[in-house]
Ligand binder design. Structure first.
Ligand code: CO
Length: 293
């Protein structure tokens, strides 16, 4: 609820279109109906917003359930399957989704890091093969493609210092000019936030690291048009709450730090809009958005 408020308040304040992205883990935690109700409520509370609701890292049952619920976009993540099986699974979801005018994100290549309950060792991370990316998109019919070019999920991106592999990203763009590419694991992982979390009782490792603003802006030039940001918002939650309760051990009302989190969330997301170039662009989507209702 705090995240929905924070996001929609930022979208309205800075006039940026947003993608509300919901994971299967979040749906398990809160219940899919609860999350959808909050997003629908946010639409009435923040009427000047333009948003999409997207399912992150779904399997077929998640995707079909989300489509039935009114999501505008779903991800089918069969990236851990062999190439042919990934195509077949993606194509089956694309066919059903397109019947309902829902767009589909797929994934090719394997990111390292933590993905809900799945952990992939760095050495097993597989970068996306550019030629395979083109074939995958053509044969599966997916509308956007998440690629593995060096980012990872969680707070310990680039522990090996390798960074985004721009030479691979460039080749993917050359194979798929103008096609929407998606970068998962796009959090900044601000070292100041990590230090504050540790100062107030946390125990995150010193080598926590993320994607810089310059890397994100460079990625956009190479065709990235959707970035996934989750870790930063979790770090923000942890820092706000640890700092608050450490400083006021006599308090126990969740709405006080909750309010601080919402405000900090809005401020943080506003800065992301500025870096990513989406601030002020909601109006260019409004005519089509309202025509669909
Ligand atoms: Co992801």
């Amino acid at each position: 609820m705090e995240q929905v408020h924070g996001l929609f308040a930022a979208a309205q304040k800075f006039q940026s279109p947003v993608i509300v992205q919901i994971t299967p883990a979040a749906r398990n935690y809160a219940h899919p109906a609860m999350l959808m109700a909050m997003v629908k409520a946010a639409e009435t509370i923040y009427p000047d917003t333009v948003y999409a609701i997207h399912l992150d890292h779904g399997t077929e049952p998640h995707a079909f359930d989300a489509i039935g619920q009114g999501y505008t976009s779903v991800m089918i993540d069969a990236s851990h399957d062999p190439f042919e099986k990934n195509i077949a699974r993606t194509k089956a979801v694309v066919e059903k989704a397109h019947e309902r005018q829902v767009v589909v994100e797929a994934e090719l290549g394997v990111l390292s890091g933590v993905e809900d309950d799945l952990e992939i060792a760095d050495k097993d991370a597989l970068y996306t093969n550019p030629k395979q990316a083109k074939e995958f998109v053509e044969r599966s019919g997916c509308d956007s493609l998440a690629i593995a070019v060096g980012t990872s999920h969680g707070a310990y991106k680039f522990s090996g210092g390798q960074g985004i592999q721009f030479h691979i990203l460039e080749k993917i763009q050359q194979e798929l000019p103008g096609y929407p590419l998606v970068l998962h694991g796009s959090s900044l992982v601000d070292k100041n936030e990590v230090a504050l979390i540790n100062k107030y009782g946390g125990n995150l490792k010193e080598d926590a690291a993320g994607v810089t603003d310059a890397e994100l802006q460079q990625s956009i030039k190479y065709g990235i048009c959707k970035v996934n940001i989750a870790t930063d918002l979790r770090l923000l939650w942890t820092r706000i709450h640890r700092e608050f309760f450490s400083g006021t051990p006599e308090l126990f009302d969740p709405v006080i730090p909750g309010k601080k989190y919402m405000e900090a969330y809005t401020e943080f997301i506003g800065k992301r809009f500025a870096v990513l170039g989406s601030a002020g662009k909601a109006s260019s989507f409004k005519s089509t958005h309202h025509a669909q209702k």
